[in-house]
Design a protein around this ligand. Structure first.
Ligand SMILES: [Zn+2]
Length: 462
């Protein structure tokens, strides 16, 4: 196994959350809707229907391109990709060939130091000791815009196997993000896909929900001998993967399978394989002898685009602070450990709540670290106000735990733990220790155990 180095690239399809479809006015909110209710002559591909490009979808694609550090050409166009499949009524898909909306970008992933095995990097990332994580740049070949296809549903009706077609998805705007084959392990591929998902969520251009199919991952995997730099002369594409876990499992399975074939002196077949989650293995779907001939040509029904610089200036302003920038700023401003920042910046809501809590807490003497710890260990989704209230009240009790306060706490604890009180009164000494513990915890443990014990006993005699 260790003779080989995996070479992995990823194609990721992302459905954009525009209100209407890519080339018609039908609603693109199709998930879970009655089949064939979100259709019109354009997205059904009827002869003579004229497409009109959705400018919001183009803006979203450009935003993603900018967020992925891509070059954005000022001129672009759509092309026809010709092929026949039942889920594609027109016999061609409108896509982009040689002038995509964005190309030559990159994104950065954090990976654990190189030669550790892949067993528990996820766990390792969340422990404070991990300082050896390093950043790796993964090249983005292109991010282009196309239309989604319809969906085939295979069913049995009157004992016969049939395929039903639902065109609700047909024509939904779809961005395809193609990476360079620069990942060398399943962990790196997973980190790349998760980072891409996080960036798209920050941009709010898709819900990138893998279960619903609004984000779909297709890894391509091959192996080369360690130390070699050129690309292997074959690759295997993996399809039908609907979770990060399956993506990682499918890649792992392929690495082993291909290593065995190479060990036997053969070369793995260039093909597309699907992931069977029940058998936990990849299965051959179709072999691909050569590149498809899609006979691409410029889409005659849509004029080419010329974008001006002002448009991009405006668009850049609409891009929010992205995960990497936020991470860096949290490091500089709040001096938190990286594993805490990683959790706090996973989504914008938690990050915003944290910063809001810092603002409220600052004049009360609550530090960012105290807030971070509460949010990470307890409830990241509790509101800033209740986080601060919780921290402030626990600080107050520690400071002013007088006899009076203690009385109050004890009364509260006794009322709350009636069962323990009864147990104690019926002779179970253990119940007293339990109640002492509860009081100490509530009071912030800065109390003398013996005085708590005697005060408790006194109260219990009442
Ligand atoms: Zn339509």
């Amino acid at each position: 196994m260790n003779k080989y180095e995996p070479v992995i690239g990823l194609e990721v399809h992302i459905e954009l959350s525009t209100r209407s479809k890519m080339f018609c006015q039908c609603s693109s909110d199709y998930f879970g809707k009655e089949p064939n209710t979100h259709t019109c002559p354009i997205c059904l591909g009827l002869p003579g229907a004229m497409p009109k490009a959705n400018s919001q979808a183009i803006e979203y694609t450009h935003m993603l391109g900018l967020a992925l550090n891509c070059q954005i050409p000022l001129s672009s166009k759509f092309d026809r990709k010709n092929y026949f499949y039942p889920d594609l009524a027109k016999g061609f898909q409108i896509s982009q060939y040689d002038l995509p909306f964005s190309q030559n970008g990159f994104l950065e992933i954090q990976i654990a130091s190189e030669h550790t095995s892949g067993v528990s990097k996820d766990a390792a990332r969340h422990t404070p000791e991990v300082g050896q994580a390093r950043t790796k740049k993964i090249g983005i070949t292109r991010a282009h815009l196309e239309e989604d296809t319809g969906k085939l549903n295979h069913a049995t009706i009157d004992g016969r196997g049939v395929s039903l077609i639902d065109f609700n998805r047909s024509g939904v705007p779809l961005v395809e993000v193609v990476s360079e084959p620069e990942m060398n392990s399943s962990e790196e591929a997973k980190a790349y896909a998760q980072k891409l998902q996080q960036i798209v969520r920050y941009l709010k251009i898709s819900d990138v929900d893998m279960e619903k199919g609004s984000m779909r991952i297709e890894p391509n995997v091959s192996l080369r001998k360690k130390g070699e730099k050129s690309l292997p002369n074959y690759k295997v594409e993996l399809k039908n993967i609907n979770s990060f876990r399956f993506a990682q499992a499918a890649i792992e399975y392929e690495i082993k399978r291909q290593a065995e074939i190479l060990d036997s002196g053969k070369i793995p077949v260039q093909e597309t394989r699907g992931w069977n989650e029940f058998k936990n293995q990849t299965v051959s779907q179709r072999s691909k002898e050569a590149a498809h001939d899609y006979r691409y040509f410029p889409e005659p029904d849509l004029p080419p685009f010329e974008f001006n610089k002002n448009y991009f200036v405006k668009l850049k302003k609409s891009i929010p602070e992205l995960p990497d920038e936020k991470f860096k700023r949290f490091q500089d401003e709040y001096k938190l450990p990286p594993y805490e920042i990683e959790i706090l910046t996973r989504g914008q809501k938690v990050a915003n709540d944290f910063e809001e809590a810092v603002k409220i807490g600052n004049p009360l003497g609550v530090t960012p670290r105290q807030i971070s710890i509460v949010m990470i260990n307890k409830k990241p989704d509790m509101g800033p106000a209740s986080i601060i209230k919780g921290i402030v009240s626990s600080l107050t009790i520690i400071k002013v735990a007088t006899a009076e306060e203690l009385h109050e706490i004890i009364t509260e604890i006794l009322a709350k733990h009636q069962k323990a009180v009864e147990d104690y009164k019926s002779g179970k000494e253990n119940a007293l220790s339990f109640l002492i513990g509860q009081v100490m915890r509530k009071a912030g443990s800065k109390l003398d155990v013996n005085s708590v014990k005697s005060m408790l006993q006194e109260k219990l005699r009442e």
